[in-house]
Design a protein around this ligand. Structure first.
Ligand SMILES: [Zn+2]
Length: 125
């Protein structure tokens, strides 16, 4: 194996500590390897997936709202379809009442009672 590769700066995937040794080594210790693997399965993964599933549900509800042609669907109606407004993938403070929320590539604005201006993010269209 090329010696240059052995000198390449590498850090532990779990804790960021610089690692030396074999070029394919990804963790500084067995403990870090185990922690990393555990975070990719088991309860942490389940928790992440449950949030992800909520976001996917939101995404489908937003898509349905766009297809329905309803310009400003009521939150109560969306909630009944499974939309959970507290879950977003992005938020941009513009100004009071104009703040922009995001669910993946769909953007929308929100009042107390309604969503409006639901649209695909232009840069991702
Ligand atoms: Zn480590």
């Amino acid at each position: 194996m090329n010696d240059q590769l052995h000198k390449e700066e590498r850090v532990c995937l779990n804790c960021g500590t610089p690692i030396t040794g074999r070029v394919d080594k990804r963790f500084c210790s067995i403990r870090c390897k185990n922690e990393w693997n555990n975070s990719m399965s088991g309860p942490e993964k389940r928790r992440r997936n449950s949030v992800f599933n909520i976001l996917i549900k939101n995404y489908h509800v937003l898509e349905m709202a766009m297809e329905s042609g309803e310009r400003a669907p009521e939150l109560t109606v969306l909630a009944a379809a499974g939309f959970r407004e507290e879950y977003v993938t992005g938020f941009r403070r513009i100004r009071r009442g104009r703040d922009e929320y995001r669910c993946f590539d769909i953007c929308y604005n929100k009042t107390e009672a309604r969503l409006y201006n639901i649209r695909r993010a232009p840069e991702m269209a």
